[in-house]
Design a protein around this ligand. Structure first.
Ligand code: HEC
Length: 136
């Protein structure tokens, strides 16, 4: 039993030395949006969908660090509000997609909402996003 605990401790310490990417590249273009919408999106989405990720202390501790940096990498690849270069037609589709993800409660991911109270969207937050996403 003691041996097992020592092995686990050694593994936990060892994985801390595996390099993890935690970058915040410079912001290029931010997606234009009204300030009310920006307040909600920057609070609930920017940690994974922007170059302004807030890297919390636990994002520096393996194995959480692996999961978080992977989420950020994937999130930025799919949608980056701070490297915005879409044409307006596409923009409408993206807004629609954003609303669908929020409506179905797929975004922010539940695992994020559990540890980040700021990721829980209120009814008012959702109303703001819906109006913005569906307005034409
Ligand atoms: C914990 C990190 C995280 C947060 C916070 C987060 N997302 Fe995501 N998001 C991801 C990841 C990872 C993907 C890509 C994989 C997937 O679809 O699950 C994604 C995908 C998406 C997509 C699909 C893009 C595509 O090309 O298919 C949309 C739209 C989206 N997110 C919107 C949002 C919105 C809006 C918020 C805030 C309300 C948000 N996300 C918050 C991690 C996050």
């Amino acid at each position: 039993m003691k041996k097992l605990l020592i092995i686990i401790a050694v593994i936990l310490i060892g994985i801390q030395f595996i390099p993890v990417e935690r970058t915040n590249p410079p912001v290029k273009n931010e997606m234009p949006m009204p300030s009310k919408v920006k307040e909600v999106i920057s609070r609930a989405c920017y940690d994974c969908h922007s170059n302004n990720t807030e890297w919390k202390w636990y994002s520096k501790v393996a194995p959480m660090s692996f999961l978080i940096s992977y989420d950020v990498k994937e999130g930025r690849e799919h949608l980056n509000f701070t490297e915005w270069n879409y044409y307006s037609m596409e923009e409408n589709e993206i807004k629609q997609e954003i609303w669908e993800e929020v409506l179905k409660e797929r975004m922010p991911p539940w695992s994020y909402r559990v540890v980040n109270p700021k990721g829980k969207l209120s009814e008012e937050d959702k109303r703001i996003l819906r109006e913005w996403a569906l307005e034409r």
